[in-house]
Design a protein around this ligand. Structure first.
Ligand code: C2R
Length: 163
């Protein structure tokens, strides 16, 4: 759901990250959270990244989900330039399987935090669920939807049969 006033921004270093970050967009769509998805790179489009970070707060974004692979500087560099919470998703890189992405995102110096999620699609989906949990503090309908999601998830597990 791309909306005139998105609450969550999903950004990624390259369109090649979309396979992973689409997991976040899917969760946000399921929870009917207005969001946007864009390619923004600290390395390749530094000015675009600076503008995105500078405008994030006044545009009303409550969280930015930022995914990148390899030398994943995007989440940290966004966090350096906005107080909107940045939820970092390490994309699974070919060369090092995403360990490089994970360490690039998680090892921030004190003072400029980024939340860091699991490598790959699980991380992307969880970052979106975390954003919904943040929004649930301000809007009860997201809290209700999150409770329903958890209940359905548990139901599925209870209903599983091993053959
Ligand atoms: N880590 C970053 C940043 C950044 O951090 O700004 N910009 C692009 N990239 C990453 O480079 C990888 C390869 O990109 P290409 O597939 O376009 O060559 C992607 O996973 C992307 O996130």
């Amino acid at each position: 759901m791309t909306d005139a006033q998105p609450l969550v921004g999903v950004v990624m270093g390259s369109s090649s990250d979309w396979d992973t970050l689409s997991g976040a967009a899917e969760v946000l769509r399921d929870f009917e959270v207005p969001h946007e998805a864009r390619v923004v790179s600290a390395h390749r489009t530094p000015q675009l990244m600076a503008d995105y970070a500078a405008e994030a707060e006044q545009r009303g974004l409550r969280a930015i989900i930022a995914g990148a692979g390899g030398a994943a500087h995007l989440p940290g560099m966004l966090a350096a330039q906005t107080i909107v919470p940045v939820l970092g998703v390490p994309v699974q890189s070919k060369a090092l399987n995403g360990l490089d992405s994970l360490l690039s995102i998680v090892q921030m110096p004190a003072g400029v935090p980024t939340a860091t999620f699991a490598i790959g699609t699980a991380g992307a989906r969880n970052a979106a669920l975390f954003a919904v949990a943040m929004l649930a503090r301000e809007e009860p309908r997201y809290a209700e939807a999150l409770r329903a999601f958890r209940a359905q998830q548990a139901e599925r597990v209870y209903g599983e049969e091993l053959s």
